[in-house]
Design a binder for this molecule. Sequence first.
Ligand SMILES: [Zn+2]
Length: 704
Amino acid sequence: MEKTVPADLEKRIGKLREELALYQKAYYVDSRPLVSDLEYDRLFDELCALERDNPQYADPNSPTVRVGSDLSSDFPEFSHTIPVLSLDKAYSSQAVLSWTEKSIEKARSDLSFVIEEKIDGLSMVLYYEKGLLVRAVTRGNGFVGNEVTANIRTLPSVPLKLSQPVDIVVRGEVYLPKDAFEKINSTLEEPYANPRNLAAGSIRRIKSSETARVPLTIFCYEGFTDDAQFGDHIQILAYLRQLGFRIDPNIGYFCRTAEQARARLKEAGLENFVSGSFEDIPAYIQRRTRERGGLPYEIDGLVCKVDEISVRNAFGYTGHHPRWALAYKFEAPQAETRVLGIDVQIGRTGRVTPVARVVPASVGGSTISNITLHNQDYVDQLELAIGDTVAISRRGDVIPAVESVVEKNEEGNTTWRMPECCPYCGTALVRRGGHHFCPNYSCPMQAKLRISFFTAKGQMDMEGFGPETVSLLFDNGYVRCVEDLFDFDFSRLGGVRGFGDKKVAMLRSSVENTRKASFRQVVTSLGIPEIGSKAVDSLCDSGLDSMDRLLDVADRRAVDELLAVDQIGEKTALLLIDGLNDPNTRNLIAKLRSYGLKMEDEKNTGNLSQIFSGQSWCITGSFESFASRDLIVRLITDRGGKSVSAVSSKTSVLLAGQNAGSKLAKARELGVKIIGEEEFLSLIGRPAGEEKPAASEPVQGELF
Ligand SMILES: [Zn+2]
């Protein structure tokens, strides 16, 4: 084989990186592709291969980092070097106008104002040194944020290398476009309330390859640098664009006269912005408010900024926000009501959730009387007390939320505090992370919920065990835990009120039928947090398909083995290990085993016809109907075929999904048979859409 001279190799890698960076910017930042997808894929694949084979040329700023990695990224804290404050808010265009007037008065000179969209995303601070991205940090509390650099590097719209070798700190908003949100959310077991939460969850993935799968993007809107001097904000925006950042095109610019605004935009090279005079501001705000629904992303308001940098410096900051900017917040469907009380609810895992009981109020057409408050931190942020009048909304038109306190109560109630003890069992609550828990495993409320969970549809699906029956069995001392279901002699219920012969027979056969439940159901029924049916499918499909194998992984705390499983992130892996090592879970497993429930996954490959016998299959591109590549490989090997990673003249079939690249071209060149996803589905005798596309395990969005 011909050996490439190292100097040539380095040159080739450098050239590929340069070209691909250019193509990525053209596609993701400028929305003006320079080459075909096929050509792009070809170059991208070539660079991936060269980098893989020549690790000495690794570079964290290579365009190939866009696909992310399975290396664990942790999120160390980082103290911001610039103020990352929130904005003062206004709720009417009149308030915005009077703020502009006051600002002009205070500055004692004519000012200009920039009105930007307030993207409903995740605030991000990007740190560049000599033109290279060195750090991406969340806003955090405004002073200290979390470093999420590895994950942010996967966003194709974030430049890894700027067009100039400058030191600059850039603020931007990471967001998920609405259509991508709908598509991803529809595949999730626990859908997110809005694109922002999904974006936040994705940015905090442990594997950056998981972040890379979510099509996040960014708009940048502030730059801080000593390497250049600017008179005004629009010059900064023009500079950011020149450096390679993606700038929101929907920006308005307003001066004393419309002519002035037009001329200055032209000078800055930003003619695509809307220009106008101060008199045009209210109409502009109204139009943007009206038209916001038609945007491909969500905005929750507009931001009005003083354009002149010298005035900004003179105005400065309060402890909370800059004095030179004001957020105009759109009103979500809202109502005002009063908090009658705050109850605590306990979940199956002991987690305690405060819930506000409010005077029933109609919001966006439905009546709301209970609103979750999530945890103590959330209550503290609102400074919410019983008796307060609050503004409530349905965020993303789904989940009711308390937005703010409108008026404090007159009874002198102070901010609500979590009770010291569990209201159901009296055990002192403990705090873990942001949440409080009742640590008593025998807590009656938790025990009932565990029994209900075990018997419910989706788990053991046991007929007759509705919440009332479970309560009755529990309160009478018949069934105090899941294990009791298998020991209790249901015939003892004869004569007990509410338990006729038919009902008793049903309960008995439901318990006996648990032996017929699949192993996957059994694992899901253990009730380990985040180990739902999707996670269990992934575990089984990757070979962790018996209780003994799972327990062995847990015994060895083999996190790495779990991380190798598709869809399992570090958080889920640790929850699984801890869950399986919990003595209570072990007791339950022992009981289920002794009663004869399935302890391994049934394989039914034996009766599949070996239609692919002797064939070698190569797979390329992405697929709608399969959660993972591994699954397709299994479907092929179960039918006698084998899977190969590269196309050669010996390859029997190339299975080509969407965005297939160099392998497709190679197969065409060699005359290898090529089939698409639909044809493959019909070959294996399955209708399209049976398997859902890749779904990530749900991660709670964080409040920023
Ligand atoms: Zn309790």
